[in-house]
Design a protein around this ligand. Structure first.
Ligand SMILES: CC1(C)S[C@@H]2[C@H](NC(=O)CCCC[C@H](NC(=O)C[NH3+])C(=O)[O-])C(=O)N2[C@H]1C(=O)[O-]
Length: 351
């Protein structure tokens, strides 16, 4: 490819920095055609002192939003949902504002308040209060609509988990099947993502996986093992479990046109800047980042208790990278881990 070779030494340096900042372990896998690169550092399990390896599964957090967006856009391609219709046309219970369209939800422009702002205001108590809870979509939506909207529909970008919880409810109401069935039939099975699952509300991960460690707000306290949770607070906004190999396969397939017709892929990759420097933008359930070398990559990030994920690919899907650090509530680690993007796609160290 026209890209410089990945800088694996730079990836290792980023991992070591993340560990020095509090991550128990980190992994990065890069795939380009039949060529793959693996870098794993530190521990997947700090009690058993098990070494991290790139084959381990983990909770992907909001990378789940791209899976949900693919299901929605396939339904749109089948003529079963109109992206510019009011979402209320497809929902069992109406949102307070009829002007909110399906596209507003997919692009975080609905204005719907993000209930996790309250739910996780106090990090560990908030997590402990919900880690074994099972929510209905409607319960989560009601938490959101109890608060004023962030903006008029379509007037601004304001990221909100609520948007993708509504979209999960919409998919289930429209198809009459659980979102898990739609993920399985439309994405997991066709791409043979054997290490990817949606097991909500089961709390355990199967197979070989990395344990996740949540940092308390009082950073003097020990990390909290947050591996087992229902992730019911997130569901179609964040409850997918996957691996670096599978996420690389998913994003490569998506951007190379295996999952969506051109019209829907174009809609998904029509990006609107979300940072002042214009380097980060959002489309429909998809992020884009312009890297230090000028290359733009497409994918999503994830933050779920105990796990930070970056999963991105080139515009043609030729080269993909997934990085994980098995901690969270540690913004320094999250920012550090993001530098694996430059190492993977620009062949350079942190910008
Ligand atoms: C926009 C984000 C960053 S937040 C959103 C979603 N994750 C969540 O909403 C979880 C928030 C609480 C997570 C918790 N933090 C606290 O409790 C802080 N008090 C922690 O760090 O484990 C996800 O994933 N998205 C990320 C994304 O899309 O990159």
């Amino acid at each position: 490819s026209s890209l410089p070779s990945p800088d694996l030494a730079a990836v290792r340096t980023v991992h070591r920095t993340a560990l020095s900042q509090g991550a128990p372990g980190a992994l990065t896998r890069i795939d380009e055609g039949f060529v793959r690169y693996h870098v794993a550092t530190g521990e997947a399990d700090t009690r058993a002192h098990t070494a991290m390896d790139t084959g381990r599964r983990f909770r992907v957090g909001s990378v789940s939003k791209t899976f949900t967006a693919v299901v929605l856009l396939q339904l749109a391609a089948e003529g079963r949902v109109d992206l510019d219709a009011p979402a209320n046309r497809y929902l069992p219970e109406p949102l307070p504002d009829d002007r909110i369209t399906v596209r507003h939800l997919l692009s975080h422009r609905s204005g719907l308040y993000d209930y996790t702002n309250d739910m996780f205001y106090d990090t560990v108590p908030g997590f402990e209060a919900v880690r074994n809870k099972v929510f209905s979509y409607q319960e989560l939506i009601d938490l959101s609509t109890a608060r004023p909207p962030n903006n008029e529909p379509g007037a601004a970008y304001s990221y909100s988990n609520t948007n993708f919880v509504v979209l999960g409810q919409l998919v289930e109401h429209l198809t009459g099947t659980p979102i898990a069935t739609q993920y399985q039939q439309r994405v997991f099975a066709p791409l043979r993502l054997r290490n990817t699952s949606y097991v909500h509300p089961r709390t355990t991960l199967s197979g070989s996986y990395a344990r996740g460690y949540l940092r308390p707000d009082d950073t003097a306290l020990p990390l909290v093992d947050s591996t087992e949770q229902t992730a019911s607070w997130a569901q179609s906004a964040g409850a997918v479990i996957s691996s670096a190999k599978d996420l690389n396969r998913f994003f490569s397939a998506l951007l190379s046109g295996e999952l969506l017709p051109a019209e829907q892929l174009d809609a998904m990759t029509t990006m609107i800047p979300v940072t002042a420097d214009g380097k980060q933008s959002y489309g429909l359930g998809l992020r884009a980042r312009k890297l230090s070398c000028g290359t733009t990559v497409y994918g999503h990030t994830g933050t779920v208790q105990g796990y930070y994920t970056y999963a991105f690919t080139t515009g043609d899907g030729a080269r993909s990278m997934t990085s994980l650090a098995n901690t969270s509530n540690n913004g320094t680690v999250n920012t550090t881990l993001g530098a694996t993007l430059d190492a993977a796609f620009c062949g350079s160290g942190p910008a």
